[in-house]
Design a protein around this ligand. Sequence first.
Ligand code: NAD
Length: 281
Amino acid sequence: MFERVGVVGVGFMGGSFALACKEAINCQLFGVDINPEAIKKAKELGVIDDGAKDIRALGEFKPELLVLATPVRTFLSIAQSLVEVIGQDCIVSDLGSVKGSLVYRMEGLLNGRFVGGHPIAGTEKAGVENALRDLFRGKRFILTPTDRTWQEAKEKIRGLWERFGSLVEEMDPYLHDFVFGAVSHLPHAVAFALIHAIEGLSGEVNLFRYPGGGFKDFTRIAASDPIMWRDIFLENAQEVLRSMDAFVTSLKRLRELIEGGEEEELTRYLSLASNLRRSLG
Ligand code: NAD
């Protein structure tokens, strides 16, 4: 399928992708990362065969597939550098959490050989030392092709992810950003903001000394990597803001019901949420 695969950004996702490739297609893997420690660790752990800090090293490796697994705001400058170092027929894909106009801007630099993708799998832990071989098994993988996408490149990427055991689904890049702005980016924004609220309320009493199970469950994702999330919020700002507005409206409604002591309405509000959440399993 692919004999030589390059990964730019050998962190948690890039490392998990490399491990999945090794298992599914037994290819040669070359990693590029601005952090030499990440390359060193990835080699020690057997995640990549070789690697370098400088992206130009990919020229010699001649990858057939190159996957970007860095924070999303680095993609364009990486793509600019890639144009000079990879062959015309090398397929480029990514694992980034934002698509929308970014996909079209990437195509502007890389043409139809760029195939946008987003695995719906992850954790709050960063770094190659946390990479998981089986991360993608049974999880959704969203492909975001456009009219320009090479069909053959798209089918090869689909085939690779199916070999990982992922459930591949296609989605318009802008629809992707609306959907994941709501179900992924908003919850992360709320978790980060909740930690700030508790910090703000902590005065005489350090409230973080009394974390209940609910608090810990709810805020687990606030321990996620700040750079990765800064990039996601800024790159998907329009949809994140739209979701945040909807959340503020819904929080205000809850506040009104509590303030007004509206027992019946409050029960209805909570029951609707509780039933919807239970239906997710
Ligand atoms: P990570 O911090 O574990 O890894 C990112 C790696 O990229 C680091 O090793 C860092 O040194 C390297 N890097 C940063 N800038 C670089 C550059 N300009 N050139 C080369 N290397 C660079 O982060 P992660 O969790 O692996 O996330 C990577 C990507 O995957 C992001 O785009 C994120 O949106 C996406 N993603 C993450 C998750 C998740 O749960 N963590 C889920 C889905 C998608």
